[in-house]
Design a protein around this ligand. Structure first.
Ligand SMILES: [Zn+2]
Length: 432
């Protein structure tokens, strides 16, 4: 309540620009819209994209404000895309604890070395034997080289282990595996693979090869943030208004997800600790109830020197909060009066069963405002990443760019396709 009063005091003091007023009225509109949506997470994503616009410098603000409805509406496109392709879901999370322990130095921070380390690669012999050559379970990697061992290596080279340097293998990964990761066809050139071992003598005749992508199974959000940064920078350099808008909106979605602790753990919905439903409780219910009290004046966007490292900082900052999210909820469910935890609420024509407001309030307070902190951190992060992409592209003049008729038509075609996929009804991969 204090913050709302603070908000209106500022408005009446006349300090605010029209932008901030729009920001506030926008919030009301979004909260109204939300009641028609299936997923409460929609509210957060839409608000996040909208607020981030107000962190931008004037040269960018002109363009983003003109298109603020588009950026707001399309904040949830990536969630819709999960209905269209199985490759979408892993972009929204990482089960980082699957791979080791904090601070997870064993996970390569860049995409190519990460693929090199965690992708299983198999040779198929002319005898039709399948032998594993590369993979996290059959290798040890340091800064410069990999030691490969295991049954496959034994059969291929008649040795317990062989060494391969990272550089030539990374090159192979970049040219042969990377372009195929998100395609159906995972076959590789077996001869080319064996050529990487020029100093060894293979004991088998190779008929073929293929790979199995392990990274996508556990989520790829940090690397996807890096990829989005590169793409958006390119779109600015090309002064391609349609791409800038689409990528900015999408980027907002992934930046939002990256700020949610439960998007960084194997126990993403409390399913391993008997806390099912905690995911939506944290990211949707609490935010939906209390976002109007949040202090969303996060200041100006900052230039980020190393966006690739920054993506990982965000993920790790989310991940260190996982335990406290789970612990607080566990304790509350145990101690809070049982009959006041879940309530029925009317939403338009429907009745829904959800956490009671009072219970959600206590959850929020016990976490010391974590939801607000992560949400406002996400606003600032998103504005800063947009701004960084624009600066890195040479600060192109955005005053004169816009969508021509053909681009607008293409855009609405795409929207229709997406809606069709959603109506088709089945998400590929997990719900969260
Ligand atoms: Zn998502």
């Amino acid at each position: 309540m204090k913050k709302i009063i603070f908000f209106f005091t500022i408005i009446t003091a006349g300090i605010l620009t029209s932008g901030y007023v729009l920001q506030h009225t926008g919030r009301d509109a979004i909260n109204r819209v939300s009641t028609t949506c299936e997923d409460w997470g929609f509210v957060g994503h839409r608000l996040l994209n909208r607020y981030a616009v107000f962190t931008l410098p004037p040269e960018m603000m002109v363009f983003y404000k003109k298109n603020i409805e588009h950026i707001t509406e399309h904040a949830v496109d990536p969630d819709k895309r999960r209905y269209a392709t199985k490759h979408e879901a892993p972009r929204h999370y990482i089960d980082i604890d699957h791979w080791g322990e904090y601070p997870y130095d064993n996970i390569p921070r860049r995409w190519t070395p990460a693929l090199a380390k965690f992708t299983d690669v198999f040779l198929v012999t002319t005898q039709n034997d399948t032998l594993q050559l590369f993979g996290n379970e059959v290798s040890k990697m340091d800064k410069y080289k990999m030691i490969l061992y295991g049954e496959g290596i034994q059969k291929i080279f008649a040795k317990d282990s062989v060494i391969i340097y990272n550089e030539p293998y990374n090159k192979f990964v970049r040219t042969s595996i990377e372009p195929q990761v998100f395609r159906e066809d995972h076959t590789l050139n077996g001869e080319a693979l064996l050529e990487l071992f020029a100093h060894e003598t293979p004991q088998i005749e190779v008929a073929g090869a293929f790979f199995e992508d392990q990274l996508s199974k556990y989520g790829i959000i940090p690397w996807h943030l890096q990829a989005m940064q590169r793409k958006l920078t390119q779109a600015f350099a090309d002064k391609n208004a349609a791409r800038i808008l689409q990528l900015s909106a999408d980027f907002g979605h992934y930046v939002g997800d990256a700020h949610v602790p439960l998007h960084t753990t194997t126990n993403y919905n409390g399913q391993l600790t008997n806390q099912l439903g905690i995911h939506a409780f944290w990211e949707s219910r609490v935010l939906e109830l209390f976002n109007e009290e949040y202090d969303t004046f996060v200041g100006k966007a900052d230039y980020i020197d190393y966006p690739e490292d920054y993506a990982w900082e965000v993920i790790l900052a989310s991940h260190v909060l996982v335990d406290s999210v789970l612990n607080v909820e566990k304790r509350l469910v145990r101690d809070f009066p049982k009959d006041r935890q879940m309530c029925f609420e009317e939403r338009l024509e429907r009745t829904i069963h959800t956490q009671c407001e009072e219970f959600a309030r206590v959850f929020d307070q016990e976490m010391n405002g974590m939801v607000e902190q992560r949400f406002t951190a996400a606003i600032h992060a998103l504005g800063s990443l947009w701004y960084t992409a624009w600066v890195d592209a040479g600060q192109p003049n955005l005053n004169k760019i816009g969508l021509n008729k053909k681009e607008k038509e293409a855009q609405s075609e795409e929207e229709k396709e997406l809606e069709k996929a959603v109506k088709g009804g089945k998400i590929f991969g997990r719900q969260h």
